[in-house]
Design a protein around this ligand. Structure first.
Ligand SMILES: Cc1cc2nc3c(=O)[nH]c(=O)nc-3n(C[C@H](O)[C@H](O)[C@H](O)COP(=O)(O)OP(=O)(O)OC[C@H]3O[C@@H](n4cnc5c(N)ncnc54)[C@H](O)[C@@H]3O)c2cc1C
Length: 418
């Protein structure tokens, strides 16, 4: 039995990128928003810490441009494979900037949470959302528990934003599920001190191997943090037949040995133990709404299957969700919420569909090897690949790109499942 009772227009479950952005935009719309986060800031989150131009745009729109500029800024991607490398600058785009940042999540998430509070959101750190409160079939809030004292409070809300991340226990309690036929990823990372910690390029290896030299479907990354360290990790896709047998720690270890001399690291001495996480992707989790709630960020599987980046999509989906919630509260009611899945479909539907197909193709190590061998020889081709993979095509390029998408879809359909 809860000991207290409170009311809010909107309750947000979780204050990672998705929850903090939802809280910020809701507060900006003048909505009374309470956001509950089970941990205390600053808190860490297993991540590559890489912010693409899409994420930078969202942070700037939230008024965080100046604060962001104190962190490590980079200009583009260095792709490496089969002994070659290509440096690819972020493309020019009418909407997105031509640079990204690398910011440790400990700092990034705290920064956005503070911004939401400054905009008027009521943040409860150290408060876990434990149980949905139902009003018949409709979600009407949740019980939150103070993690230290154990005290519980019933928070009644007109709407709830589910932003509790990849495992999304709260979402599951409401009936969300991942489409098991669609790919997902898994990734592992840690940090090393490196003399090259402040380079203006993030690096991606397209030819990761296990310690026996077998090609792996995924990529290795090195993201310079600019604080004396580099974030090094490996991401793999579930479309690979032997996916479940792969020990990601040993793949990361093999990758660290591969890059040790170039990056001046001691593979045996990372800054901390490597940690890993599961990455739902391509909008694979649904439904995206239900009576009284909307689902955002990783809880909705909003991660780009081409590269595993999800911070930008967490910010973006939450901004769309905040807009429909503000309309709902302004008088449109549930009809506004019902528009949310369609808005996501318009924004990401085709892109995610092709990316999921691509994930199926590269699940075949031989094909991945061949594609990377061809790609790494052509600067022009790789510039296109970067634009497509980072979802940074200009509006005038979307026409030709659709043709390329169709071709990619045809290849993907022909490719047998790994
Ligand atoms: C190894 C790895 C590397 C990655 N690298 C990148 C990268 O470089 N760039 C990129 O863009 N993306 C990357 N991603 C993906 C990115 O981390 C996620 O897409 C992003 O964190 C999603 O944000 P979110 O707010 O939806 O979820 P989360 O960041 O997981 O936030 C959820 C929050 O909810 C809180 N919470 C959970 N349950 C409750 C509850 N019941 N009550 C209260 N609070 C709760 C959690 O404590 C957490 O703070 C990576 C992922 C992994 C695993």
């Amino acid at each position: 039995m809860a000991s207290g009772r409170e009311d809010a227009d909107v309750l947000v479950v979780g204050c990672g990128p998705a929850g903090a952005a939802a809280a910020y935009w809701l507060a900006e719309h003048g909505v009374r928003v309470l956001v509950a986060e089970k941990k205390h800031f600053p808190r860490d989150k297993t991540c590559g810490d890489g912010l693409t131009p899409r994420a930078v745009k969202q942070l700037e729109d939230m008024g965080l441009g100046d604060e962001l500029s104190r962190y490590h800024r980079y200009d583009g991607l260095r792709a490496t494979a089969h002994g070659r490398e290509l440096e690819l600058q972020w493309p020019t785009h009418p909407v997105y900037p031509r640079h990204g940042y690398v910011v440790r999540r400990r700092e990034l998430d705290h920064m956005v949470a503070r911004r939401a509070v400054a905009a008027g959101a009521d943040l409860r750190e150290g408060h876990e959302v434990t149980e949905p409160l139902m009003d018949g079939a409709r979600l009407a809030g949740a019980t939150i528990r103070d993690v230290e004292s154990g005290e519980t409070t019933e928070v009644r809300a007109k709407y709830v934003v589910v932003a509790d991340g990849a495992n999304s226990r709260f979402g599951r309690a409401l009936g969300t599920a991942r489409n098991r036929d669609w790919p997902y990823g898994t990734a592992i990372r840690t940090y090393w001190t490196s003399p090259r910690h402040d380079e203006p390029w993030i690096e991606s290896a397209l030819d990761v191997k296990d310690r026996h030299g077998n090609s792996m479907p995924g990529y290795g990354w090195i993201f310079p943090v600019g604080d004396g360290t580099i974030n090094v990790g490996v991401g793999l896709l579930s479309t690979f037949k032997r996916f479940r047998d792969v020990n990601t720690s040993t793949v990361l270890d093999a990758y660290a040995h591969m890059i040790a001399d170039r990056w001046g690291i001691d593979p045996g001495k990372p800054e901390c133990r490597a940690t890993s996480g599961k990455i739902p992707m391509g909008g694979s989790v649904g439904p995206k709404t239900g009576p009284g709630y909307v689902v955002v960020g990783d809880a909705a599987g909003s991660v780009n299957p081409f590269n595993g980046e999800g911070i930008d999509y967490a910010y973006e989906t939450s901004r769309i969700a905040a807009m429909v919630l503000a309309e709902a509260l302004a008088g449109d009611g549930d009809a506004a919420i019902d528009r949310y899945p369609g808005l996501l479909q318009d924004e990401y539907g085709q892109y995610f569909r092709v990316a999921r197909l691509f994930a199926r193709v590269i699940g075949r190590p031989a094909l991945m090897r061949e594609l990377s061998r061809v790609g790494i020889r052509s600067h022009t081709l790789m510039e296109w690949v970067l634009r497509i993979m980072a979802n940074l095509l200009r509006p005038d390029e979307i026409g030709p790109a659709e043709a390329a998408y169709r071709a990619a879809s045809a290849i993907a359909r022909l490719a047998p499942r790994a």
